[in-house]
Ligand binder design. Structure first.
Ligand SMILES: C[S@@+](CC[C@H](N)C(=O)[O-])C[C@H]1O[C@@H](n2cnc3c(N)ncnc32)[C@H](O)[C@@H]1O
Length: 397
């Protein structure tokens, strides 16, 4: 695909070169040309990429008791469940259904709030959520900060969509990587050296002092969007919890010398590429989170960390094994008069089992990280054991 005219024009206006972070922001979120901004990306096994809720309702069904527990702990009449970056709206819709069915009294006090800056995605969410059993509205953290809410905020695969900065070793410096226009094509190039305040962050991440283990051209990502996002989210919530679920690695793995091209990946039509310059505005771009960077930014924004767990373990603690066991037999309604399950019933059962197994597969979604934070709560509430997902699964199962 030739370089799109809009991007060429923007780059020329910017003097022929922009920091990688600006490029990523444009190609994902530009309202007219961005992959999310224009609502171009579709999420699901038949779309551009799959996420846990796009595999079916199992993920939301397992998460619902944790959300309900947290909401019930909050001493407030009106409560909000906020989902940020809802994508197709699947998780919000599935959770609304699960909470209304399983916790009707709680659901009567609950509203659903969706935070989606990309109009193209919000339009699809409106369609998906038509008929939601909970009252719902779209808002922004800035609007909410005018009258901060009490409730739970979910951030499922959204922080990995925030535009990252890329750093590259060049000579004796870490330099900010740039996207540059050269004779009508895009190139990645080292730009200016990092400013001293950014360089100061590299030592705790193991990236300074520079040595031969990270040679010329070695590159990775920094996450300058995290701190403002966590601060805005904190200002929107007077009291309650935040659950971040995403790809995340500890700094020692994230910035390991052998990971010489960072974690940035592009996805389109179930294909993956490590080239972020492919068909700009048509591919999803995503980078893992660095656990220490999230924890530090969250603490600075006033969040208390309640704990973290890998998704596979979290879902087992929430009853995944029992759910899987329950799917060994077709439900009576799926068994035909002849006494054997119809092929539709069997196919649905197998699909649900497969979805559950994918959620815990350590080589895939099971390696996701769940990080829970709290704000505005008294300490005794934090010690109440309400973090169901941090508990050990029942050994009998
Ligand atoms: C990878 S999709 C995740 C979708 C959904 N949570 C899921 O798991 O299926 C990222 C979503 O975050 C949205 N998004 C991007 N930047 C955002 C921001 N700063 N705040 C909230 N949502 C954002 C995108 O438009 C998109 O809806």
């Amino acid at each position: 695909m030739p370089l799109p005219a809009w991007l060429e024009e923007r780059l020329l206006q910017a003097g022929g070169s922009v920091p990688f972070r600006t490029y990523m922001e444009w190609v994902l979120n530009d309202p007219e040309h961005g992959a999310y901004g224009a609502g171009r990306l579709s999420i699901g096994p038949r779309g551009d990429f799959a996420t846990a809720p796009s595999l079916g309702p199992e993920f939301a069904a397992l998460l619902a008791p944790q959300i309900a527990q947290w909401l019930q702990d909050l001493p407030q009449e009106r409560l909000s469940l906020v989902e940020t970056g809802p994508g197709e709206g699947s998780l919000a819709a599935q959770l609304a259904e699960a909470l209304a069915a399983g916790w009707p009294q709680l659901a009567e006090r609950l509203e659903l709030v969706l935070v989606e800056p990309n109009a193209g995605m919000a339009a699809r969410q409106r369609q998906r959520l038509a008929g939601s059993p909970l009252p719902l509205r779209w808002s922004s953290f800035e609007e909410m900060a005018a009258a901060p809410l009490t409730g739970v905020v979910l951030a499922h695969e959204v922080l990995d969509a925030l535009a990252v900065g890329r750093i590259e070793r060049s000579g004796d410096h870490w330099r900010r990587q740039q996207v540059t226009l050269q004779q009508g094509t895009l190139r990645l190039e080292p730009g200016d050296p990092l400013e001293p305040e950014d360089e100061a962050r590299l030592e705790p991440l193991g990236l300074l002092p520079l040595d031969s283990r990270r040679p010329e051209g070695w590159c990775s990502e920094l996450h300058p969007g995290l701190a403002p996002w966590l601060a805005a989210c904190a200002a929107a919530l007077a009291r309650g919890r935040l659950l971040v679920i995403d790809y995340a690695l500890e700094a020692r793995r994230y910035y390991a010398p052998q990971r010489s091209n960072g974690t940035l990946m592009a996805y389109r039509a179930q294909r993956a590429s490590s080239d972020p310059l492919l068909e700009p505005g048509h591919w999803d771009l995503t980078a893992h989170l660095c656990v220490e960077s999230v924890l530090e930014a969250a603490e600075a924004a006033g969040w208390s960390c309640l704990g973290q767990r890998r998704q596979g373990e979290a879902l087992l603690a929430l009853g995944l094994a029992q759910r899987l066991h329950g799917l060994q037999q077709p439900a009576p309604s799926a068994v035909r008069a002849s006494g054997s399950p119809g092929s539709d019933g069997l196919a649905a059962l197998l699909a649900r089992r497969e979805a559950l197994l994918r959620l815990v597969d350590p080589a895939a979604l099971g390696d996701f990280r769940w990080l829970a934070f709290s704000r505005g709560e008294v300490v005794s509430a934090l010690a109440s054991g309400a973090e169901l997902f941090l508990q050990e699964p029942d050994p009998g199962t």
